[in-house]
Design a protein around this ligand. Structure first.
Ligand code: ADP
Ligand code: ASP
Ligand code: MG
Length: 412
């Protein structure tokens, strides 16, 4: 009998009625003859609400305590879902991440999975139970509770699918699949039937939160077939799989928007070897994630360095930067939280030219100024004013003809 991993996101278990619906779906799968291993997120917006409580107490919470708190959300949903399955007359048992041996490193709030000892899951499956695992959490070797970063239940699901040799990993959410852009921003966005690991990896890293980026990385590494589907319907959804020849014909597959980043600029940094190395080494030591970096030489033999960080890590980043440059004669360190990053992604970009020019022209026509640019083989990103992000996404989506052609008139 084959194992299938099914993951249900927060909106799919937002209330009791939905938990009961999810329970029925799982029981149907079990009756079809597969062994479901289920991963669940916290109910609805629980994790956001827990974060809000924290923000009323401190701006820089202790990260160990943060994990202690955030991991409670998923513990509630697994137990409720197990009970709902019991009510349907089927055996089910819930576990926390630590209980099923999800071992992580010690990087609290963004821990990486080091390994999973699945013995307890296999034992429960042998007893014919539906196994329900709390997403987004694990423990360090010394027993501390960790979380895997926001959206991390996807990672729990894909990692479990790999370790258990599941035939597939099904990610159930509140949209029908992966679209050419967030369907909440672009009304005529089109659902994509098949997408390559690399494309959705870029889209996820660039803000399309329908999938957690690291979960796609694991899926790609171990070739786990991942389906993204709506928990409220029975649609086919999107299959994330290896790149095929056909995918290369599509130049741009999707547009993504990131509104979670802020920009830091350091003015008048001495233009000498080793300075950037020193600043960014300090940021790395402080475990601050850096995204785009731009350096501009000025006329006075100094350089201005701009880079983006997650808004969540802005305070920490500013503290580290100010400390790192305190003896360098730097003129000013400023930050801008009002930025958006708009990106286009597509494996077809490798073999097509003129894509960047088309994107920049489209933004120019809309009078949207580009602040920073970064490119890779399969993506182009532009940082724009925070208030213009959504407008830019709609305009670019239209420019590249990605929509269904319905319901978009005059919105861009
Ligand atoms: P879950 O709680 O199920 O994990 P998320 O909120 O994390 O759900 O992810 C689903 C959301 O991702 C959708 O509601 C949608 O607004 C957003 N999203 C962003 N980009 C895309 C995209 N390209 N395709 C589909 N959904 C997207
Ligand atoms: N509950 C966590 C979050 O909201 C993990 C997840 O939903 O995947 O980020
Ligand atoms: Mg999610």
């Amino acid at each position: 009998m084959s194992i299938i991993v099914q993951k249900f996101g927060g909106s799919s278990v937002a209330n009791v009625a939905r938990i009961k619906m999810v329970a029925k779906r799982i029981v149907r799968a079990k009756k079809r003859g597969v062994k479901p291993v289920v991963v669940v997120s916290a109910l609805g917006d629980t994790t956001d609400e827990l974060e809000k409580l924290v923000s009323q107490i401190t701006d820089e919470p202790d990260e160990r305590e943060m994990d202690m708190l955030l991991s409670t959300g998923e513990q509630v949903s697994v137990a409720l879902l197990a009970m709902a399955i019991h009510e349907l007359g089927v055996g089910a048992v819930s576990f926390t991440g630590p209980q099923v041996g999800i071992i992580t490193d010690r990087l609290h709030t963004k821990a990486r999975i080091l390994g999973i000892n699945a013995a307890r899951i296999h034992q429960a499956l042998r007893r014919d139970k539906v196994v329900i695992v709390a997403g987004f959490q694990g423990r360090t070797e010394s027993g501390e509770i960790t979380t895997l970063g926001r959206g991390g239940s996807d990672l729990t699901a894909v990692a479990l699918a790999q370790v258990l040799g599941a035939t597939a990993c099904e990610i159930y959410t509140d949209v029908d699949g992966i679209y050419t852009a967030d369907p909440r921003i672009v009304r005529d966005a089109r659902m994509i039937e098949q997408i390559s690991y690399d494309e959705i990896l870029e889209m996820a890293a660039l803000g399309a939160k329908v999938m957690h980026a690291r979960s796609v990385e694991v899926g790609k590494k171990f070739n786990v077939p991942i389906y993204v589907r709506n928990s409220a319907h029975n649609g086919k959804g999107t299959l994330i799989t290896k790149e095929s020849k056909k995918m290369e014909d599509v130049v741009v597959s999707g547009v993504a928007l990131m509104e979670d980043e802020a920009k830091i600029t350091i003015f008048s940094v001495p233009d000498k070897p080793g300075i950037a190395a020193k600043i960014f080494a300090k940021l790395a030591a402080g475990e601050v994630n850096i995204d785009m970096i731009i350096q501009n030489k000025t006329e006075t033999n100094t350089t201005d360095i701009s880079f983006t960080v997650y808004k969540k890590e802005l305070r920490k980043a500013l503290r580290v930067v100010k400390d790192a440059v305190s003896k360098l004669g730097v003129r000013r360190v400023v930050c801008d939280e009002n930025i958006s990053k708009v990106s286009i992604v597509g494996v077809g970009m490798r073999s097509h030219s003129g894509v960047a020019a088309k994107m920049f022209r489209c933004l120019a026509r809309k009078q949207i100024n580009i602040d920073m640019i970064s490119t890779s083989e399969i993506k182009i990103s532009c940082v724009v004013n925070g208030r213009k992000g959504k407008q830019a996404v709609r305009a670019i989506h239209k420019e590249f003809g990605l929509g269904t052609g319905k319901g978009q008139k005059g919105r861009a």
